[in-house]
Every structure is written in C-alpha cells, then in structure tokens.
Design a protein around this ligand. Structure first.
Ligand SMILES: Cc1ncc(COP(=O)(O)O)c(C=O)c1O
Length: 342
C-alpha cells in the first residue's frame, strides 16, 4: 500500500522509502529531449531500447526482460500470470503489504510463513507443497537481507513452482539474484527504478527471468495495456540504467548515512535490525513505536509505524534521508527518547 504523501512543506519525509537524492542530471536531460520531440506519437509497446539497456546492465538478453509501470504493476502481472495455482502461494507473515492484496484481487490461495524470532526468512521453512513463492530481498519492512547462497539453496530444492524475488531494495547492500536467472528457469527477479535510481515518480519497474516466464507476463500485459510505459518514462529509464557513476555515488551516500544513523540510534538505546535497504527498522528500549511516531510528527518528521501484526508494533520503519534530514531525525529522537513516556 502506498505510504502517506502529505501536502505540507518543510516536512522531513522519511515514510515511503524514496531516495532523498534526485535522479541523475542525464535522466532529466533525456526526458527534456523527449518532451521536445516525441509526445504526439505512441511509445514503443515493446520498450525495446529500455529492455536492451536493462539486459546489458545485468548481462542478460532482452528476451529475459519484462518492463512495466513501476514494479507494483510488474508484480501484479506476475501474480496473475505465474502465481495462481491449486496449491497455495507462500510468502512471509511480515512482508510487503501488496502481496495479500493481489492474492485477493486474483483469487489466489496463499499461506504465510512466519519469520524467525530475529525477523529472518529461513528458506527451509518454504520447503513444502506450494504453487509459488514470493518475498522481497531485502525484506520489507524489516530491511533484513538474505544471502544469495540461501536463495540458490531454495531454487535447488523448489524446482516445480515459480520463485519471485522482489529486489526493490537490493542495490543498497545486497547481491542480486539476477545472476542466477540463466541457471534457474523458475526464477523471476523483480527490480524497480523507484529506489536506488531515484525515479519513484516516473513509475518504471522490470522483471528478469527465463524467456517463457517473460512471455507469460507479456501476454497479460498486452491484454491489459499495450503501452504501460510512456515515452518520457522510457527515455528517463534508459538514461538511468546507463549512468552507472551517478547510481554508484547516490547509493554510496545512502549507505553511509544509514551507517551513521544506526550508530546514533544505538547510542539512544534503539535496537536496530541489520539493514540491506534504504530504510531501517528499529525499536526503542522503553518507548513504543506509535508514541515515537507521533512525537516525530509533532516535529514535522514523518516515519512509518505498523500496528499489525502486533509483533512489529514496537518498531518504526525509517527511510534514510539526506545528511541534513538524518541529523534532524537524530536530534528529534534524542530529545524524544530522553523525555518521559506518555
Ligand atoms: C518490497 C517492495 N516491492 C515493490 C515496491 C513497489 O515499488 P514501485 O511500484 O515504485 O516500483 C515497493 C515500494 O515501496 C516495495 O517496498
């Protein structure tokens, strides 16, 4: 579910895991050029140029690539085209909130698999009859990362159903399963340009998988909307995939700020889960998540609090902002954590 997008100015907005840095200047230039030139014409319904850029980035071929209007749309098509079977789809009990929504929309049976006490995905828990498996890596909202060796272990044992790894946040510290795509025909890896490429507003996501999986996605997409990516989105996305320097620079900055913020919060008696994402999941030794979120909001800082399930109610999910935003957050948390509880 989308997080809140308040209309107030002067907010420190750390609630929806956007990148605090703008997109690459080359992306903006590419979009401007496209505005000047192409809008009277329909876009390429096959997105050939973008698929080539993505394939090139991951060392795959365009036949391994599916693109869509944000990874939410890519996921929606994957649920409909690949994950509806008699046996239940499996995903973690604490995970991206859209998964059960898509299951209900498409009438897909599902079962949730509990995370461990330390909020980790244990792949051996997924070795049971299933019609498919999906989880984010790193998981959301916990930020916990699963190693590629464990994902490979799952793929070696779970050979009969599709395994979707939603890598929305993988660029902030993890190793992508994209390099397993050619080896495991049941693997679909989903990426977005919303996070590590600062393009949440452009709505571009993609999936990497065996050409047969990709063809199934294309069939659903073509029955729904032949032109999900407009010309501006494609021009910007190609430039984003090609500007590796800017990508490396911004993700390094986000990772450095994450390290700094975690250290600050640990000093204030927060327990912070290890994060491989552009957000952290943390709870205070004495104060509740709802209370801290409210007090931050009074100081114009917005973070995300989930009251369901109750196991995560003590926690806050905090997006990594710019240095100035992280400093403002740390100062506010210091103030709040020293005050009396409500
Ligand atoms: C785990 C996960 N997957 C997918 C998405 C969807 O991203 P988008 O539709 O912007 O590509 C999000 C967005 O927050 C997410 O957290």
């Amino acid at each position: 579910m989308p997080g809140e997008q308040p209309k107030l100015s002067n907010l420190v907005k750390l609630n929806t895991n956007e990148n605090p840095y703008g997109p690459s200047p080359k992306v903006l230039a590419a979009i401007r050029a496209e505005v000047a030139d192409g809008l009277k014409l329909y876009p390429d319904p096959n997105s050939d140029q973008l698929k080539s850029s993505i394939a090139n980035y991951h060392g795959l071929t365009p036949a391994h690539v599916f693109v869509g209007n944000g990874s939410d749309e890519v996921l929606a098509h994957a649920f409909q085209a690949l994950l509806k079977h008699e046996k239940p789809l499996l995903f973690p009990d604490i995970t991206y909130s859209f998964y059960p929504v898509y299951c209900r929309l498409y009438g897909i049976e599902y079962e949730t698999v509990a995370l461990t006490d330390s909020f980790e995905i244990q792949v051996s828990d997924y070795l049971r009859p299933n019609g498919g498996i999906i989880f984010p890596n790193p998981n959301a909202p916990t930020g916990r990362l699963l190693g590629l060796a464990e994902i490979e272990q799952l793929l070696q044992t779970n050979t009969e159903s599709v395994v979707v790894i939603d890598e929305a946040y993988i660029d902030f510290g993890g190793e992508s399963a994209a390099r397993l795509v050619q080896q495991y025909p049941q693997l679909l890896v989903v990426h977005t340009l919303s996070k590590s490429r600062s393009l949440a507003g452009l709505r571009v996501g993609y999936a990497l998988g065996h050409p047969e999986l990709i063809e199934a996605l294309i069939r659903v997409k073509d029955s729904f909307n032949s032109y999900p990516l407009d010309r501006l989105a494609m021009a910007g996305a190609v430039a984003a995939m090609e500007d590796r320097e800017y990508f490396e620079e911004t993700r390094r900055k986000v990772i450095a700020s994450r390290t700094w913020l975690i250290e600050q919060m640990q000093e204030m008696q927060f327990e912070v889960l290890p994060s491989g994402a552009n957000f952290i999941f943390a709870r205070h030794a004495r104060k509740g998540g709802a209370e801290i979120a409210l007090k931050l909001r009074e100081r114009s800082i917005i973070v995300r609090h989930f009251s369901n399930p109750s196991r995560i109610a003590p926690y806050l999910r905090i997006t990594i902002g710019t240095d100035v935003q992280c400093q403002a957050l740390a100062a506010a948390l210091r103030d709040i954590s020293q005050g009396a509880s409500v």
